[in-house]
Design a protein around this ligand. Structure first.
Ligand SMILES: [Zn+2]
Ligand SMILES: [Zn+2]
Ligand SMILES: [Zn+2]
Length: 258
């Protein structure tokens, strides 16, 4: 199985518009971070996690020609506002593309994109829309997007919940602020962990900072862990040097084999 980090930035993306800081003006491409997206591939099957605003650019960079399913972690703009870029896949395949969403998020996602989900909307015959089939899942109930056996796990994210998952030896935690005890039990023993981290210090109400992410890594004790959803307060090389063995900052385009 291969995991490709499509986007590793926090909601503003990096460079931040109009920011002259050292990270936003860095010549190291690892400091350029688009919004959160992941691609999981195995034996020709492809699962996309999140549809961020830069989705088209990410898919072009990754050379993606087809997708089998999409999994949306939660309906925040930085994770779903590129959903229209799925249109090319269903135009080509002439088949609906399954989009997995948590039951509690389904109504919000439909409301956000009525032109996709409302059957009786009057559309001009020449316009094309993504043909998406919504499949809802529940916390801790196994699902099979793109034929992968995956267990969704809801994490507190401020007043919301964001759904990471366990997929075999891989655990993905994005936009989490807390690792509940029973979620830690479920994710224990994974070999590779992806977890969100904003910056050092100054705890945020809805996202882990680096210190909190490192505590999560210590609890789950994977062989390798990757930090993602990073802000412009984290310079790639310096962050990398400060992290313990087996923990690395992810960057856009990074590929990890499991
Ligand atoms: Zn986010
Ligand atoms: Zn900046
Ligand atoms: Zn969020």
């Amino acid at each position: 199985m291969k995991v490709r980090f499509l986007g590793t930035g926090t909601s503003f993306g990096i460079p931040v518009v109009g920011c002259d800081c050292e990270v936003c003006t860095s010549s190291d491409s690892r400091n350029r971070r688009t919004r959160h997206g992941l691609l999981i591939e195995e034996e020709g099957r492809r699962l996309l996690v999140d549809t961020p605003p830069e989705l088209r650019l990410q898919l072009v960079a990754a050379g993606v020609r087809h997708l089998d399913a999409v999994y949306l972690t939660h309906p925040h703009a930085d994770h779903i506002h590129g959903i229209d870029d799925l249109r090319i896949f269903t135009l080509r395949s002439e088949r609906p593309l399954p989009v997995y969403v948590a039951e509690e998020h389904a109504a919000e996602i439909r409301r956000r994109f009525p032109y996709i989900w409302e059957e009786d909307l009057d559309r001009p015959p020449v316009s094309s829309v993504p043909d998406l089939e919504m499949v809802s899942f529940r916390d801790r109930e196994p699902a099979r997007p793109a034929g992968f056996s995956l267990t969704p796990v809801g994490f507190p994210h401020g007043p919301f919940r964001s759904y990471g998952f366990r997929l075999g030896d891989l655990a993905v935690i994005v936009d989490a602020k807390e690792l509940p005890e029973d979620a830690a039990d479920l994710l224990g023993g994974v070999r590779v962990l992806v977890v969100n981290a904003l910056w050092f210090g100054n705890p945020h109400p809805s996202h882990f900072n680096v210190e909190e992410a490192l505590e999560v890594i210590e609890r789950l004790a994977p062989e390798r862990a990757y930090l993602t959803h990073l802000t412009h307060r984290l310079e790639h090389a310096r962050l990398s040097a400060r992290l313990p063995d087996g923990v690395e900052p992810a960057h856009d385009g990074l590929e990890v084999e499991l």
